[in-house]
Design a protein around this ligand. Structure first.
Ligand code: G3H
Ligand code: 13P
Ligand code: ZN
Length: 333
């Protein structure tokens, strides 16, 4: 058993309280490998932004739990080496699917866990979340829960709407579970294909797909029910067209990829939404940079020569998100 405090990590309590008050959001970036971790820490250190390092169950299996613990500790030390005197770094389990997975993460040095019971019947979601909260809070680890189901790309608009978080349930859910933050469904979804062609309109000038707006009315109703309570948005990649174009130019095939427009995320960041999850954009940046090197220099076989540019592009992406979208720069001086 190792406490996250020994690793130099922090939980989300103070980060979220400050973010809600200050009208900005904390970036939660997923990572699976060293280059992503380096890029996230460099971006956070250079902008002095609090940051959540997010690990999915798949990433945990990919990276190895023991190695992950030392990577997180290494991230804190790396941040200091970069001149960030008091790094505010949280290590968070993304989409924990069972009490056992959450417990194992708490025991291995995570400072925050998500228990995703959103696919369960309401009472079962409450029971599971409450069990995780009891264990996590005993170790001063914060817990994110989820209510409402994020739309899948195959959903019809009507089906997607019917899975939105129900504002009338949030007080009962938050009170009975004791969770520290709540992930809600207001129209975001995971991956690089967030909306079908039919769900979008077409910009007559550029011919590009314009996605439907997020359900800000539902967000407002939730905030009215739970004033000042930390809200989380999953599935918040914007799927930058420039990366999609590079990928497609150099042999990739990502037709009609579409994400959440940045101005909508900026607006959400100013509200009680204090954690915004971004994974796919980093995957796109990584892939775009690697594809470009492979296509323009087919003789290259040194991984540092293609993972290096990928790392640079991801660093640029993370800094852009922090400064221009979430507004968390300078909040962890
Ligand atoms: O929410 C999902 C994240 O993007 C993690 O994806 O399960 O493929 O690691 P993953
Ligand atoms: P994206 O697929 O939009 O990056 O969402 C990531 C996410 O929500 C991780 O939990
Ligand atoms: Zn997610």
């Amino acid at each position: 058993m190792v406490s996250y405090k020994e690793l130099g990590l922090v939980n989300t309590k103070e980060m979220f309280a400050k973010a809600i008050k200050g009208g900005y959001a904390i970036p939660a970036f997923n990572f699976n490998n060293m280059e992503q971790l380096q890029a996230i820490i460099k971006a956070a250190a250079e902008t002095k932004s609090p940051v959540i390092l997010q690990v999915s169950k798949g990433a945990r299996n990919y990276a190895n739990q023991t190695l992950l613990q030392y990577m997180a500790q290494g991230a804190v030390e790396y941040a200091k080496e970069l001149g960030w005197e008091k790094p505010q770094i949280c290590l968070h389990l993304d989409h924990g699917d069972s009490f056992e997975t959450c417990k194992s993460c708490v025991d291995f040095g995570f400072s925050s866990v998500m228990i995703d019971g959103s696919h369960l019947p309401y009472e079962e979601n409450i029971a599971l979340t409450k069990k995780v909260v009891e264990y996590a809070h005993a170790h001063d680890v914060t817990v994110e829960a989820e209510l409402g189901v994020l739309a899948g790309v195959e959903d019809e608009v009507s089906a997607a709407e019917s899975h939105y978080t129900k504002p009338e349930e949030v007080v009962d859910f938050a009170t009975r579970t004791g969770c520290d933050s709540l992930a809600i469904s207001i129209g975001t979804s995971h991956g690089a294909y967030k909306f079908t062609r039919e769900q979008c309109t077409v910009d007559p000038q550029t011919g590009k797909l314009v996605p439907p707006p997020l359900a800000f009315d539902i967000l407002d109703a939730i905030m009215e029910q739970l004033p000042g309570f930390p809200i989380v948005l999953h599935g918040s990649s914007s799927v930058p067209q420039e990366y999609v174009d590079i990928i497609n130019q150099y042999g990739g095939k990502l037709p009609d990829a579409v994400g959440i427009p940045e101005e909508q995320l900026r607006k959400a960041s100013e509200s009680a939404v204090c954690k915004i999850n971004i994974d796919s954009d980093s995957r796109l940046a990584f892939t775009a940079a690697v594809r470009k090197v492979f296509a323009t220099n087919p003789g290259e076989f040194d991984p540092r020569k293609y993972c290096g540019p990928a790392r640079d592009l991801m660093t640029e992406l993370y800094k852009h998100k922090i400064i221009n979208v979430l507004g968390s720069n300078g909040k962890a001086e």
